[in-house]
Design a binder for this molecule. Structure first.
Ligand code: FAD
Ligand code: NAD
Length: 462
């Protein structure tokens, strides 16, 4: 009888396991990836955050060597070795996976290789890759089964020409033309990777603007920056079908100007992910088909909890981790809560785009009187020195109380800067609090402080 048995070894599941073990609970973690030897890390480590960021970092260096080096007085003639770039990515993944195995051993967490299936509250069957099944009892079960890519019925994936991110992080050659359906995080990140490596990339987005989860001004600035880099981005496009044309795929759709067709050697379908519900047992679902949980992450069945991509909220690794820790602490009798408004979002393009809290449009839709401070990176010394002066920081505060409501950034080091903003937001800080934080010079972080000063009507450098 374990205290906690977790199904799914992604960032939600393994973080839950580690925290539960730290709190003195006996823990089992079930993972089906990897066959007889469970491979932990989930989507994030194997086909998500880490491999995509390895490719973003590598391709950014290639792009910079080609396009930026000369301006810095460096003369190079870079040549792409895609196989080596992919090998490096895989080594990063494998090193981190080995690290997770070590952590499990250190915390005496029982890792059970196979497919987990909830039979009833307290009972789980694990079926190994060789078909052998075993049954396990636990006081608490945590569902952390994650998500999988959504495919389009009008354009089914074939895994070769029409693919999901699982294949687009592992192309063996640079496609001459890449058509990306969906201008969200995956579409823009992987679109950027292949554009930097030489593909002609076209992105088709169904809504008004790319990345609907970002502040609208930041999303528009990001689209404009990527367009300047050569990506063709079309919004308000509805894809209606397509077919194979020799080595290419012909895709049909309807844009603002009427019917259109696009042809490309590879098509990446990146229109979102859906929860992975295999083995979850008799728990209730929400209208959107995710596992229904209350604010403590309890499902409809007592003793069964659920976390991460399989429940509502942003599908992000740090959100899954936060919920995993919260559930472990709840089981151990503590009372943590996860506030989705404090979870930052980042798109790791160049420039990066990031936001935390509420966007300006949402504040206005909620009828809040706000003060908005903006500061351009063009007036930031470090951004100028680095030759990365595109973009701005936007600080949104409640007009009367000055309480911080949100921060949105597009520009250099946005992913790091948003962490500072998230900390101020978490402590219930104000734009005055950011304005009074002494930040190092010369860094991009000074733009955050200046935007807070702008919200107070006293920016120094603009
Ligand atoms: P997962 O990571 O999906 O893990 C679930 C695990 O459960 C899997 O290992 C699966 O094999 C296992 N499993 C499922 N069912 C069973 C079963 N019945 N029995 C046993 N095991 C089972 N997020 C970010 O925050 N930052 C990023 O930069 C980022 N980049 C991404 C890039 C890409 C290309 C993709 C696809 C995703 C990215 N994400 C990113 C999202 C992130 O990967 C997910 O939000 C995160 O992995 C969710 O964690 P999880 O633990 O809920 O589920
Ligand atoms: P997403 O929700 O970020 O974006 C999907 C996009 O596709 C949206 O802009 C949506 O409007 C559009 N879309 C939907 N249907 C469409 C259609 N038929 N035609 C054209 N466009 C359509 O989803 P994603 O990019 O697939 O990523 C999946 C999940 O992984 C997301 O929840 C995301 O948070 C996560 N992820 C995060 C990061 C990151 O944090 N940097 C990176 C990659 C993925």
């Amino acid at each position: 009888m374990y205290d906690v048995l977790i199904i799914g070894g992604g960032p939600g599941g393994y973080a839950c396991a580690l925290r539960a073990a730290q709190l003195g609970l006996s823990v089992a973690l079930v993972e089906k990836r990897g066959g007889a030897q469970a491979s932990l890390g989930g989507t994030c480590l194997h086909v998500g955050c880490i491999p995509s960021k390895a490719l973003l970092d590598s391709s950014e260096r290639f792009w910079a060597a080609r396009h930026d080096a000369a301006a810095h007085g460096i003369v190079v003639e870079p040549r792409l070795d895609l196989a080596a770039m992919m090998r490096r990515k895989q080594e990063v993944v494998e090193t981190l996976a080995r690290g997770l195995d070590g952590l499990m051993r250190k915390h005496r967490i029982a890792v059970l290789a196979g497919r987990g299936e909830v039979l009833a509250a307290g009972r789980v069957r694990v079926t190994a890759s060789d078909g052998r099944a075993s049954e396990h009892a636990a006081r608490h079960i945590v569902l952390a089964t994650g998500s999988e890519p959504i495919s389009l019925p009008v354009l089914p994936c074939d895994g070769e020409r029409i693919v999901t991110s699982d294949q687009a992080i592992a192309f063996r050659e640079v496609p001459p033309r890449l058509l990306v359906i969906g201008g969200g995080a995956i579409g823009l990140e992987l679109g950027s990777v292949w554009a930097r490596l030489g593909s002609a990339v076209t992105v088709l987005e169904a809504t008004e603007e790319v990345c609907p989860f970002l502040d609208a001004d930041v999303a528009a600035a990001l689209r404009q920056a990527l367009t300047r880099q050569g990506l063709q981005i079309h919004c308000r496009v509805r894809v209606s079908g397509g077919e194979r044309r020799g080595e290419a795929v012909l895709v049909r759709g309807e844009g603002p100007e009427g019917p259109r067709q696009w042809e490309a050697e590879r098509v990446l379908v990146a229109v979102g992910r859906r929860p992975h519900l295999d083995g979850i047992g008799p728990v209730a679902l929400t209208e959107r088909g995710r596992v229904r949980v209350d604010e403590q992450l309890r499902t409809s069945v007592p003793g069964i909890w659920a976390i991460g991509d399989v429940v509502e909220g942003p599908m992000l690794a740090h959100k899954a981790e936060e919920e995993g820790i919260a559930v472990a602490e709840r089981i151990a009798g503590r009372r943590p809560l996860v506030d989705h408004d404090l979870i930052p979002s980042v798109v790791y393009t160049e420039p990066e785009a990031a936001s935390v809290g509420r966007g300006e449009a949402r504040c206005r839709a909620e009828g809040r009187a706000v003060r908005v401070g903006r500061f351009p990176f063009a007036a930031n010394g470090r951004a100028r020195a680095a030759g990365q002066s595109e973009g701005f920081v936007k600080v949104i505060a409640e007009a009367e109380s000055d309480r911080l409501l949100g921060v949105a950034i597009v520009g250099p080091r946005a992913a790091d800067l948003i962490g500072i903003a998230a900390a101020h937001l978490a402590y219930g800080g104000s734009s005055e609090d950011i304005a009074r934080t002494c930040l190092p010079h010369p860094t991009a972080s000074e733009a955050l402080r200046e935007a807070a000063l702008a919200a107070l009507g006293r920016a120094l450098h603009a």
